[in-house]
Ligand binder design. Sequence first.
Ligand code: CA
Length: 217
Amino acid sequence: MIGLVVVEDDPLFRQLVRDALEHCDDIVLRAEAVNLSDGLALLAGAPAQVLLVDLGLPDGSGIEMIRAARRAWPACAVMVATLFGDEERVFASLEAGATGYLLKDALASGIVGEIRNLHAGGSPISPLIARRLLRHFHAPTPAVAAPAIELSAREQQVLEHITRGYSVAEIAEQLQVSPWTVQTYVRRVYEKLGVRSKSAAVDAAHRLGLLAPGERR
Ligand code: CA
């Protein structure tokens, strides 16, 4: 039996995991934590076999959770499920001891198979991440041309917040506008970038050089 612990603040993703496990008799969801401090507290208990961890937690980084889990539960396999696919976070996660790295958008219903694969000693890594890792070891990519995409100041702000992993509600709070207004900006940004998902928007923002220097990887 594979004992699973999930550290994830996104209720939809936790629900997706629970739904996926409903008809699965070799994986049992032992505990869920919705933030880093609750997650760290779980490490005092009996070790899980698989830890599924989000990187953007409300009170800290999932990378800290990975490090602590590797110390407290050395035999536990750690898989990252995140919106972030940038090189810095991928390397930090792998360095901290993660052996799987999946992008949420690409995960959908394959979670059960990915957990079994990880537990069996495999390293499930989303194709997009694998490509980025390989690219890192090959020749550097040529510099991108000046962006042909013009974002308004607000759209730019929203895009940068998205890139940092903030939710619509969090962005609304920070920019002091309604969530509905944020949704409108998000829709416009997606339209201008020609994307339909958060991770594609983050990827396009990096690829097209749309982020302020501090935001670039
Ligand atoms: Ca999150």
